[in-house]
Design a protein around this ligand. Structure first.
Ligand SMILES: [Cu+2]
Length: 93
């Protein structure tokens, strides 16, 4: 929480899915992942150059993980526990 004025998007993890799963946000914005499932989840994001973020191994129920977007481009993300859970962030300049 360095800059309270920076835009922030919350992605809820519920019923083994990310909602929303498609996000558009500018560089400098933060994405907050919030787990509403009893099951633990994790979030791993990758762009064309490789991994750009990686949450703790398990985001427990009602736990959160926050990441700041620093590089423009497409980030594909998935759950580190359940690889079928996927989403995408389009980061604009
Ligand atoms: Cu998961």
């Amino acid at each position: 929480m360095c800059d309270p004025a920076a835009a922030s998007t919350t992605v809820v993890i519920e019923k083994f899915a990310f909602s929303p799963a498609e996000i558009s946000a500018p560089v400098g914005a933060r994405i907050l992942f919030l787990n509403r499932d009893q099951a633990p989840h994790a979030v791993v994001g990758e762009n064309v150059n490789g991994e750009v973020f990686h949450s703790q191994e398990h985001i427990e129920e009602d736990g959160t993980y926050s990441v700041e977007l620093t590089t423009p481009g497409e980030i594909e993300f998935h759950c580190g526990v359940h690889s079928a859970m996927k989403g995408r962030i389009t980061v604009s300049k």
